[in-house]
Design a protein around this ligand. Structure first.
Ligand code: ADP
Length: 591
C-alpha cells in the first residue's frame, strides 16, 4: 500500500536527451537479466508515492497520500526539485537505502579498521558515498601492544579502503566515492599531504587535511606547532606551520590534492556537540557528519523560477524570479527530505539510530549560473554575489520555517533538547540541519541545468557519459541570447564548441560577452567569493571548485586558501586547469 498505482491521468515526463541516457543506464529498475522494468514516468511515480506514503502515519498531516504523491511527482518531473541519486534509484524498492552521504569512524585497532572497510562496502553497494577520518590511527612505526610489532599507520590502511572500493561496483554501474581526512597535527601528516603524488594512487578517494584554528594561527605568526600521537596523546615532534602550509599549497597547485577543511569551524557549527566531534565530511565535502551519521540531500533548480521579461530592470531578480513559487517548492522539498529519512533503510542499526536522532537533511540549489544567464547578471559581479546571498538566505529561512512547521506536526528531532538550538532558544526544528549545497553531478544532467552554484564549464561542449557515449550540448540560454542579439550562426556555435568560451570574440556584443562567462573566464577570487556568499546562509557546507588557469601561480593558490579562511568557508577545493591528477568527480560518468 506504500506504492500507489499510477493514476491514469498522470502526465508523461519530458526528458532531455542526456537525462534519457543517464536514467536508462543507471536509474531505472532492471530485472534479473538486465531488462528495463520501468520508464521515467514509472520511476518518478515510484519515488513520489513511496516518499509521500510516510506522511500517512503522522496524524497531524493534512495531506492525502495520492495528493502529496502528485505534488512530489510534479516537483521532480517539472525539474524544480530533485532528491539525491540513491533516493531516485532505491525509493520503493527492496534495497530502500536513500542517502548519498555517510561518515564512518575508523578506530585504532585492526577489528575497528576492518569493520569500517566492511561497512563502507555495504554503503557503496547501496549507492552512498563514505567519508572517514584516519586521525585516530596511531602513526606508522608506533608500537602495537598485543604483538610487540609496529603499526603501519593511516596511509597504508587508506590503501586497503581504496582497493576495497575499487572492487565494489555500485548496483553494477558506479564505483564508490570516499573522503579521507587527516588532522594537521597527526604525526604522519607529511606523508598524507604527499599521498597522491603518484598518479592514480588513491583514485577512489578525495583527500583533505583538517586544519585547526591553532594551526592557522601558527601560520599567521610564523610559529611551529606540535604533532600529537592520537593513541598516547604524546607530542611526537614539531613542525614549522608555514612550511607545512606551503607544502599543502604546492601539492594543490601540482595536482589539486589534498583539499583543506577547517575542522574547528565545522565543529563550531555542530548542532549536537553532546554527541561528539565531527571528524569528517562526505566524499565531495559539502556534508560534515558525526561518526555513523548519514544525510540525504535534495536540490532546487533555481533556473526553473525565472520569469522572462525583466532582464533589463535595474534589479532584474525582483520580478524576474518567481519567489512565491520558490517558497512553495522549498517547503515541499523539506517535507520530502524529512519523509526520506523515514523511508530509508540503512545497512547498520547504529546508522539508523543516529540518523533518527538528528534527522539531518540537506536542501540546496542548482542551476545558479543558468539563472544568472537568464537574468543577464555576470557571475563575477557584485550584483551576482548580492543576489547569491539573498537567494540562499531565502532558501535557508524558508527551509527553516518548513522544518519548524514539521516540528509542530511531527515533533522536533529527538536530540533537540540537548542541541545548540535549544540552548540558543531557537526552534524547535524537525531537522538538526536543513541546508547543504551539493555538487549535483547527475541531478543537474537530469534537470538540464548548470550544476550546484558552479559557473558553466563551457558554453558548449561534448560530454562523455558511460560506455564512451558522446553528447554535444550548447547552453540553451546562450543559444537563445545569441538568437535574440541576431548573432547566432552555425559557425559561431562551432567556434564556441571548440573554444568553450566567447572570451575575446570582439565581434559579439559587449553586454553578451560580459554576461556569458565560463569557469575559466572568471578570476579565481570570484569563485571563492561566490562560495563564501552561499556558505554564509548554509547550515552544512558548500560544494565548490575554485578553477584556476594553467598558468596560475603557487601564490594564487596561497591567496585563495587564505581568503577561504578569512571569508568563513568550511573548506576549499582548487583545480588548476591541466594539472596532472584526475579528481574523483562525482558526475554522471561515475567511472
Ligand atoms: P547526485 O547528483 O548523483 O545526486 P552529487 O554529485 O550531488 O550527486 O553528490 C552528492 C553526494 O553523493 C556526494 O558528495 C557523495 O556523498 C555522493 N556520491 C556522488 N557520487 C557518488 C559515487 N559515484 N559513489 C558514491 N557516492 C557518491
Amino acid at each position: 500500500e506504500r506504492l500507489l498505482p499510477a493514476p491514469a491521468d498522470l502526465p508523461d515526463v519530458a526528458l532531455n536527451p542526456n537525462a534519457a541516457v543517464v536514467l536508462a543506464k543507471r536509474y531505472y529498475r532492471k530485472g534479473a537479466s538486465g531488462e528495463q522494468l520501468e520508464d521515467a514516468r514509472d520511476m518518478f511515480w515510484r519515488v513520489a508515492s513511496a516518499i509521500a506514503a510516510e506522511e500517512t502515519k503522522y496524524e497531524a498531516s493534512t495531506w492525502k497520500h495520492e495528493d502529496l504523491a502528485r505534488e512530489f511527482y510534479d516537483l521532480m518531473t517539472g525539474w524544480r526539485f530533485l532528491p539525491n541519486s540513491p533516493t531516485l534509484m532505491n525509493a520503493g524498492t527492496d534495497l530502500g537505502q536513500l542517502s548519498a552521504c555517510f561518515v564512518l569512524p575508523v578506530g585504532d585497532s585492526i577489528e575497528e579498521i576492518f569493520d569500517a572497510v566492511k561497512h563502507a562496502a555495504m554503503i557503496h553497494k547501496s549507492g552512498g558515498g563514505t567519508g572517514f577520518s584516519f586521525s585516530r590511527l596511531r602513526p606508522k612505526e608506533s608500537r602495537v601492544g598485543s604483538t610487540g610489532g609496529v603499526a603501519s599507520g593511516p596511509i597504508s590502511f587508506l590503501r586497503i579502503f581504496n582497493t576495497a572500493t575499487e572492487q565494489i561496483k555500485q548496483g553494477g554501474t558506479r564505483r564508490g566515492a570516499n573522503m579521507g581526512i587527516l588532522r594537521i597535527d597527526h604525526p604522519d601528516i607529511m606523508d598524507f599531504i604527499r599521498a597522491k603524488e603518484r598518479d592514480g594512487e588513491f583514485n577512489n578517494f578525495n583527500l583533505s587535511v583538517a586544519l585547526t584554528e591553532a594551526f592557522m594561527q601558527a601560520v599567521e605568526n610564523d610559529e611551529d606547532y606540535p604533532l600529537i600521537a592520537p593513541h598516547s596523546g604524546l607530542e611526537k615532534g614539531r613542525l614549522k606551520a608555514r612550511e607545512v602550509f606551503e607544502l599543502l599549497v604546492r601539492k594543490a597547485w601540482e595536482s589539486g590534492d589534498p583539499g583543506i577543511v577547517f575542522i574547528d569551524r565545522i565543529n563550531r557549527d555542530n548542532p549536537t556537540p553532546d554527541q561528539g566531534e565531527i571528524e569528517s565530511t562526505n566524499p565531495c565535502g559539502e556534508q560534515p557528519l558525526l561518526p555513523y551519521e548519514a544525510c540525504n540531500l535534495g536540490s532546487v533548480n533555481l533556473s526553473a523560477f525565472f520569469i522572462p521579461g525583466h532582464e533589463n530592470d535595474p534589479n532584474p531578480a525582483d520580478k524576474g524570479v518567481d519567489w512565491k513559487a520558490l517558497k512553495r517548492v522549498i517547503h515541499l522539498g523539506v517535507r520530502f527530505l524529512d519523509n526520506v529519512i523515514d523511508a530509508s533503510r540503512f545497512p547498520l542499526e547504529r546508522i539508523t539510530e543516529r540518523v533518527h536522532q538528528n534527522r539531518k537533511i540537506g536542501l540546496g540549489v542548482m542551476g545558479w549560473a543558468d539563472l544568472l544567464f537568464q537574468l543577464r547578471i555576470a557571475y563575477d559581479s557584485p550584483e551576482a554575489l548580492h543576489l547569491g546571498e539573498r537567494m540562499m538566505a531565502f532558501v535557508r529561512d524558508e527551509g527553516r520555517a518548513a522544518s519548524k512547521q514539521l516540528a509542530k506536526e511531527r515533533g522536533p528531532f529527538p536530540a533537540y533538547p540537548a542541541s545548540t538550538f535549544a540552548e540558543r532558544d531557537l526552534g524547535p526544528y524537525r531537522n538538526a540541519t536543513v541546508t547543504t549545497i551539493a555538487p549535483t553531478g547527475t541531478l543537474s544532467i537530469l534537470a538540464g541545468c548548470s550544476s550546484g552554484i558552479e559557473p558553466l564549464f563551457a558554453l558548449s561542449f561534448a560530454r562523455h557519459v558511460m560506455d564512451g557515449e558522446r553528447l554535444v550540448e550548447v547552453n540553451p540560454h546562450f543559444e537563445a541570447a545569441a538568437r535574440a542579439e541576431g548573432c547566432h550562426s552555425p559557425r559561431l556555435m562551432e567556434t564556441v564548441a571548440s573554444k568553450g568560451s566567447i572570451h575575446g570574440m570582439d565581434h559579439l556584443p559587449e553586454a553578451m560577452r560580459r554576461v556569458f562567462v565560463t569557469a575559466m573566464d572568471i578570476e579565481p577570487v570570484w569563485h571563492l567569493k561566490m562560495q563564501a556568499a552561499f556558505q554564509q546562509y548554509t547550515d552544512n557546507a558548500v560544494s565548490k571548485t575554485v578553477n584556476l588557469p594553467n598558468n596560475a601561480t603557487i601564490e594564487d593558490i596561497r591567496n585563495i586558501y587564505w581568503m577561504a579562511y578569512e571569508e568563513g568557508c568550511k573548506g576549499v577545493t582548487v583545480y588548476r586547469d591541466g594539472c596532472k591528477s584526475v579528481q574523483v568527480l562525482c558526475t554522471g560518468d561515475g567511472e
